[in-house]
Design a protein around this ligand. Structure first.
Ligand code: PAF
Length: 284
């Protein structure tokens, strides 16, 4: 496995792979790698001749009051995990390498980014799109792998790739969960033991919501109220949003009468967690 720190070296070492027609699969990450990331890596390993992982905590996607300084990092164990899983190259640039001069370009996807996390995290998706566009331009992969846990990010990046004709296939992979259903996230490491126990309430509330929809509930308002009160009763310190949205446009739905997602963002202590599930109604 090669560990590469410069854009020049990534381009140079992938050039021969490309000319010999080998497919390149790419997993962009911010490090603190966990089973969610490993599921993306193993899918890429199954589907592509050459697997590249990037590890870069992108400052552009963190707001001033957000957790950039607290974002967990463990490069040595990330690299060892990549090695064990047959990754061919890890690109771990410094911020100075990625943003050599003060960056004047920003990639903005409209509408999809006004909703859900976009409302409380101003500029977040511009930061994500800008770095993902840059990474895709550097690695030029055939396929790029994203987890459904960050469902809005997945849709926003998909739209960017489509609108800018970036010519890469986006592969969406299911959310990986802990035993109690908590979506696996690097930020889970920041939870205290009590917060960690309480955070299981998010997925439990989403499962209960699915059960009530299975039993015939179609009102988004009723579902949202049940989830909000369950999470609040079970230890969330603050709820950012609970929404039932159209699964393609992310527009809020009054009635669950088409393919939908229930999306949640809530704070346990200082840690903001997000989760979502696809909703199936009997009639769909
Ligand atoms: O999902 C993440 O870890 C990040 O948003 C990404 C896609 C690596 C961009 O920094």
């Amino acid at each position: 496995m090669k560990t590469v720190r410069t854009i020049h070296d990534v381009r140079e070492s992938l050039a021969s792979r490309r000319t010999s027609g080998e497919s390149v699969g790419f997993v962009p990450t911010m490090g603190a790698l966990h089973d969610g990331h490993w599921s993306l890596v193993s899918r890429a390993r199954e589907e592509c001749a050459h697997v590249v992982v990037s590890i870069f905590v992108n400052p552009l996607q963190f707001g001033v009051d957000e957790d950039l300084d607290r974002y967990p990092a463990n490069l040595d164990s990330d690299l060892e995990g990549c090695r064990q899983r047959g990754v061919d190259m890890v690109f771990c640039p410094s911020a100075a390498e990625m943003y050599r001069s003060a960056i004047k370009t920003s990639v903005h996807v409209s509408e999809l980014t006004d909703r859900l996390c976009g409302r409380s995290r101003a500029g977040h998706f511009d930061g994500v799109c800008t770095v993902v566009a840059k990474l895709l331009n550097i690695v030029l992969p055939d396929r790029v792998y994203f987890g459904e846990k960050d469902y809005q990010q997945l849709l926003v990046v998909r739209k960017m790739v489509e609108d800018l004709s970036m010519g890469v296939d986006i592969v969406a992979c299911p959310t990986c969960r802990e035993d109690d259903g908590l979506a696996i996230s690097s930020r889970n490491q920041n939870l205290s033991d009590d917060e960690r126990r309480a955070a299981g309430a998010i997925y439990k509330s989403l499962q209960d919501a699915q059960a009530s929809i299975d039993a015939g509930e179609t009102s988004a308002g009723v579902v949202i109220e049940k989830i909000t009160s369950y999470i609040a009763r079970n230890g969330a310190d603050r709820i950012d949003y609970v929404e039932v949205v159209d699964d393609a446009t992310l527009e809020a739905l009054p009635q669950i009468d088409r393919p939908a997602r229930i999306c949640v963002a809530a704070y346990f202590g200082k840690t903001r967690l997000i989760d979502n599930v696809a909703v199936h109604t009997q009639s769909l």
